[in-house]
Every structure is written in structure tokens, then in C-alpha cells.
Design a protein around this ligand. Structure first.
Ligand SMILES: [Mn+2]
Length: 475
């Protein structure tokens, strides 16, 4: 590119979603967010990610907040900035596949309450699991002129994941009617020169804008962004410095400064960014002091690159081994993880496939025989209930774990009947807004507990008398 041609890179700010999900278990309350919204709205971010992922679950479960209410308040404050959410394809924001009517309804309500851009991913990169969400978004776009469907490819390494694989996926995404593509590198596996190669090849294959999402876990992320931007990536995901680095994203201010005076100059005002950082810094200190932010997650974890296992999955595995008094088997399990992943068709390791592969690897090692016991989820993956994997699954393992059982090859949601009416009937005594049905659909127990809490609050129950531990609120 000649020095004269300007191509400012966009930044999506993640502090209101992924940054606090990655560093402080998604515990930032709405009250912490609202006072800084007006300032954040002045930056000119490409978008602010503020919803979806674990924020929905954590709001209801731990913060006793209505996530829909949070979204409406943020929408009120952000007058000029696009709001983005993360959506797990057919699993929406939950952990099981839902019928298409729930997916469509959720997309409708997300946009109606303030979301502009929906980033949709599938843990197997099975694009069929993303079509219903893309279609629902496009329907709104045709009707109202707003709504943007971004398909995210879960980035991973392995024999099947060649440059051709990613390029073909980019072409298919364009055909599906998505508005943009994201490369979602949840474990920080994408190294700088590979990123340049990947972005260049994908930009040649598609006209769609490409956004890059990574985590600082392995320590290479800001260099990866530099090479990706030089190769033509359109948007990068960053977090304001007090909630950047470690298991979070590269720091916004650092990337802004890096590209200053180059064709990629963001044009953002460092003074405004500094004020935003000043606002969040005392909260970071508070999180450190309370232990909510563990300094351990702020370092470089090079094991991520060595074993290609996301950090969260490693810590899960360690706690599972601890429970079984089998911490000495750590390295055996680490060796078993890629084997299980291969047996299951070499999927990316991202929620929920990461938990499925990790737990099965622990079982295989501790039982002394591979697949002597298989989890419910491993069986479901082998039956095809999560979708199609990039490589075939091991026939030997299929024969051992689900002998003689029927396997499905269709889009899994084709077998799920519409369920909105049934869900609404189940929860109608608590319904105060249409969105409540969707909260209930995703987390039936947690949402019901929240509805009880909400009702108790509205009826001015003395909360000191409420048995919050057992979610019992005297009404
Ligand atoms: Mn992420």
C-alpha cells in the first residue's frame, strides 16, 4: 500500500464484555459501566462489545441483574456507537442447541433492545449451526435497515486447518449472507507471521470486512495485530489498558499509538482514552484487592502455545484432577487431549467443545482405559448432535462408545421442534416482559430464581430476612 492511501483500522472495545469475562469472571455490574458510557461514546470506536457470551448468565446468576435491562441502559447511553454481542449460534447464549423459533426470537429481541452487530460462532465451525441466526438478522435488516450478522470462525491449529480451509470458509460465509467475518482466536494461538499469511489469503478470497479477535494469553497478541493490520485486516478487538493483557485483549491505547501517523491511523484521541483508563483503574485495583482479579492471569502463559489448549481449559483440568487426588497425572492428560480431539474429528477447542474434550481426556487417563467411560456430551458429539466436524470421527471410538446407535448427519436443529410456546407456558407466572421467556429458555433455574428475587424486590420485601443462599424470598 502506498503511504498516501489511508485505511484507518477500526477498534472494537471489549471492556464491557470479553475483557471482564476473561479477567474477573464477568462480574462487572451495570452500575460500574454506566458512568463512563458518555465518554466512551466520544471515542469513535468501530463498536463496543457489551453483551452476550457469559454476561447474560453472570448477570442473572451472580449479579441479580436483568441482562435485558443492562442492554437498554447501555443503548440509551451510547448515542453514536454501535453495540456488539457474542452469540453461540444455535446454542444462543446457553449450552444446548435450541429450536429455530427461539434463535429467531432472541435475535429479534437483541436488536430491538439495542444490539447492532451480532457475532455468531459455532464450537465445531459447522456453518449450518449459524444459518438460522444469520437469516434472523438479515430479516430485521431488510425490514428496519439495522442489524449486522458477523460470522466468527473459531481459530485453531491441526492437520485439517490449512490455509485452503480458512479461505474456503471465508467464501462460504460470504455466500451465506453474512455482513463480515471474524477470526476468533480464543486461546492466543495465532502468531504474527501466520496472521499476516492468513489475513492476506482471506482478503483475496472475500470482499467482506475481516475483524480479528485474540487474547494476550501467549504474549504475542499485539504483534499479531500489527502484522494483521499490515496485511489488511479491517478491525481489531482491544481492551482499555486497566482491563487489557493477560487473558484479555491487547490494550486499546497501545494499538492506537502504534498506528498513529501511518495509513492505519485510527484517529482516536489519546486524551479521551486516558480518561476512560483513569475511570477503570481504581476498579481494577479494587478487583485485585478483593482477589476477583488474580495476578496469575496477567502473565504470559506460554503453555498455551506448547499444548494448544486454551488457558481456561487448563485450569478446569487442574481442578478436576485435584478433586480426584490425581494431580500427578497432569502431563498424561495434556498428552491425551490432542488424542481425544482427533477421535472427535479435530474440532476447535472453544465452549463447549473445549470442556467436552478436556473432561473426556481426564476420564480416559484416570479410568486406566480409553473410553471405558464416556460423558453424555462425548456421546452426543459422536452421534452428530453438535454438528459436523472438519475431519471424520474415529470409527473405533464410535463403535466402543455408542455401538449400533444411529448417528445424524443433518443440521442438528432440524430435529428440534419449535419450543417458544412450551417455554412460555412453563414460566408464565413470572413473565413481566417478552424477554423474560428468553431468559428462562437459556437458564430455566437461574432465571426463575432471578424472577423470584425481582418480585421480592418489587414487593419491597426486607432483603435482610430473605434466604438469598437458597434463593428463598419471603413474599
Ligand atoms: Mn474472546
Amino acid at each position: 500500500m502506498s503511504e498516501q492511501v489511508k485505511k484507518p483500522v477500526g477498534i472494537m472495545e471489549t471492556v464491557l464484555r470479553d475483557a471482564h469475562q476473561s479477567l474477573i469472571a464477568t462480574r462487572m455490574p451495570t452500575d460500574m459501566m454506566l458512568p463512563i458510557v458518555e465518554k466512551m461514546d466520544k471515542v469513535g470506536y468501530h463498536a463496543v462489545e457489551c453483551w452476550g457470551g457469559a454476561t447474560f448468565d453472570a448477570s442473572l446468576r451472580f449479579l441479580k441483574e436483568d441482562p435485558w435491562e443492562r442492554l437498554r441502559k447501555l443503548r440509551d447511553g451510547f448515542k453514536n456507537t454501535k453495540l456488539q454481542m457474542l452469540f453461540r449460534g444455535q446454542n444462543i447464549l446457553g449450552y444446548r442447541p435450541y429450536a429455530d423459533d427461539v434463535v429467531e426470537n432472541f435475535v429479534e429481541k437483541s436488536v430491538a433492545n439495542g444490539i447492532d452487530i451480532i457475532r455468531i460462532f459455532d464450537c465445531l465451525n459447522d456453518l449450518r449451526n449459524l444459518q438460522a441466526t444469520v437469516d434472523a438478522t438479515n430479516k430485521i435488516k431488510a425490514r428496519e435497515g439495522r442489524g449486522h450478522a458477523q460470522i466468527a470462525l473459531s481459530y485453531t491449529l491441526g492437520d485439517a486447518y490449512t490455509l485452503e480451509y480458512w479461505v474456503n470458509m471465508a467464501k462460504k460465509i460470504e455466500e451465506m449472507g453474512a455482513d463480515s467475518i471474524c477470526i476468533k482466536d480464543m486461546a492466543g494461538l495465532l502468531v504474527p507471521y501466520k496472521a499476516a499469511e492468513l489475513i492476506k489469503a482471506m482478503k483475496e478470497a472475500t470482499k467482506l470486512p475481516i475483524q480479528l479477535h485474540t487474547h494476550y494469553t501467549s504474549g504475542v497478541a499485539s504483534m499479531t495485530y500489527l502484522k494483521a493490520v499490515e496485511a489488511g485486516v479491517d478491525v481489531i478487538d482491544c481492551a482499555i489498558s486497566p482491563f487489557a493483557l493477560g487473558t484479555s485483549q491487547p490494550a486499546t491505547e497501545v494499538m492506537v499509538e502504534t498506528f498513529k501517523g501511518t495509513p492505519y491511523d485510527t484517529g482516536y484521541d489519546q486524551n479521551v482514552l486516558a480518561e476512560i483508563a483513569d475511570y477503570f483503574r481504581p476498579y481494577r485495583d479494587e478487583c485485585l484487592a478483593s482477589g476477583l482479579l488474580n495476578p496469575k492471569v496477567m502473565g504470559v502463559d506460554i503453555k498455551t502455545l506448547l499444548y494448544q489448549v486454551p488457558g481456561g481449559m487448563l485450569s478446569n483440568m487442574v481442578s478436576q484432577l485435584k478433586e480426584q487426588n490425581a494431580e500427578d497425572r497432569y502431563y498424561d492428560v495434556l498428552k491425551e487431549i490432542p488424542e481425544v480431539r482427533k477421535d472427535l474429528g479435530e474440532p476447535p477447542l472453544v465452549t463447549p467443545s473445549s470442556q467436552i474434550v478436556g473432561t473426556q481426556a481426564v476420564f480416559n487417563v484416570l479410568m486406566g482405559e480409553r473410553y471405558k467411560m464416556a460423558t453424555k456430551e462425548t456421546k452426543a458429539v459422536l452421534r452428530g448432535e453438535y454438528g459436523q466436524t472438519v475431519k471424520p470421527m474415529s470409527q473405533e471410538v464410535i463403535d466402543k462408545v455408542i455401538p449400533g446407535e444411529e448417528r445424524i448427519t443433518c443440521r442438528p436443529a432440524d430435529l428440534i421442534e419449535n419450543e417458544m410456546d412450551k417455554l412460555e407456558a412453563e414460566m408464565k407466572e413470572w413473565k413481566q416482559q417478552d424477554e423474560d421467556v428468553l431468559s428462562y429458555a437459556l437458564f430455566p433455574q437461574v432465571a426463575t430464581d432471578f424472577f423470584k428475587y425481582r418480585q421480592a424486590q418489587q414487593e419491597k420485601v426486607d432483603m435482610t430476612q430473605a434466604d438469598t443462599k437458597n434463593a428463598a424470598y419471603p413474599v
